[in-house]
Design a protein around this ligand. Structure first.
Ligand SMILES: *[C@@H]1O[C@H](CO)[C@@H](O)[C@H](O)[C@H]1NC(C)=O
Ligand SMILES: *[C@@H]1O[C@H](CO)[C@@H](O)[C@H](O)[C@H]1NC(C)=O
Length: 288
């Protein structure tokens, strides 16, 4: 049952992601507030408190009201993180240590990864992340209503309503993190560790070295490359440097087996995967 639920959610967010492709990079042109936003967001909230995390007590109506108030009371480019304060007070959350997973530019892989490595917890598993994943919203220019025709791009606003909510949610998530945490970065792009990303600009700064035991970095590249960054090169070194200077302990791996297996499940015929499968078989033979 739980398995099935997770798969359905995964599928939905993949579809939603394809529909709104590019939200993360700030290309919202032509897209207004997601149609049926209230039904979707409230439905997800009730789904979360009823089926996903039944032990949690939240008031979905109150959360929606606080959200709506934050968005429609301000001009569309003036919704700051603080405006969501009331909403986040309605959804306090804590989670067990050693499960926090942060990621940047690895969205597709992370969905497979969390479906398999089920103990991991990402921002998208928090109530706020779950409710607002892939949704867009903004207010009308003159009117206290949602604008369903178009929303400004992230870069066009100092305080974009969508950006501010994710910044606050990311901040809360990072502040909660404890024990061993995992960071998954994309080694097939320049600046795998990007100081403008949510991880680089919000989450990293809100991690507490007293609460966090180890930061375990995993760098993953596409099977076909390009192979641009690794634990020993590029921006990953900057990240390691920052972690060290703040007193974090860390590890970094370029070649995580589970991640490679997940990639190979999608492309079993790829030459990398054939070699990899052989090495796994050999290892097994040796073990016997
Ligand atoms: C890395 O980023 C590129 C460009 O955004 C993307 O196409 C690719 O799927 C990402 N790779 C992984 C392993 O997530
Ligand atoms: C935390 O990470 C370190 C370094 O990878 C490892 O030695 C240790 O066993 C981990 N602890 C837990 C509780 O996972």
């Amino acid at each position: 049952m739980a398995m099935k639920l997770k798969t359905t959610i995964g599928m939905t967010s993949v579809i939603a992601y394809l529909l709104t492709l590019g939200t993360c990079s700030g290309r919202l042109r032509g897209l207004g507030t997601t149609p049926n936003i209230k039904h979707i967001v409230m439905g997800r909230c009730f789904n979360y408190i009823t089926l996903v995390n039944p032990s949690m007590r939240y008031d979905c109506e109150a959360i929606w009201s606080a959200f709506e108030e934050a968005v429609v009371k301000q001009a569309s480019c003036d919704v700051a993180m603080e405006h969501y304060r009331h909403m986040f007070l309605e959804m306090p959350q804590t989670w067990a240590c050693d499960r926090f997973l942060f990621w940047s530019k690895t969205k597709k892989l992370i969905q497979d990864y969390t479906a398999v490595a089920r103990h991991f917890w990402t921002l998208e598993d928090t109530l706020a992340g779950y409710m607002f994943n892939d949704i867009i919203w903004c207010r009308q220019q003159e009117d206290s209503e949602f604008n369903f025709r178009s929303c400004p791009e992230w870069s066009a606003c100092l305080n974009h309503p969508v950006h501010s909510l994710w910044r606050q949610a990311s901040k809360n998530f990072a502040e909660m993190a404890c024990g061993n945490i995992t960071v998954l970065l994309n080694g097939s792009i320049e600046n795998a560790f990007n100081t403008n990303s949510m991880f680089g600009s919000v989450e990293l700064d809100n991690l507490n070295p007293v609460k966090v035991n180890y930061v375990n970095i995993k760098v993953v590249t596409n099977l076909d490359g390009p192979f641009i960054e690794s634990c020993g090169s590029g921006s990953i070194l900057d990240l390691i440097h920052i972690l060290q200077s703040r007193g974090f302990r860390w590890t970094c791996s370029d070649n995580d087996r589970i991640l490679k297996i997940l990639q190979c499940v999608q492309k079993p015929e790829h030459s990398v995967c054939r070699t990899f499968a052989e090495s796994l078989t050999q290892r097994e033979t040796t073990l016997r």
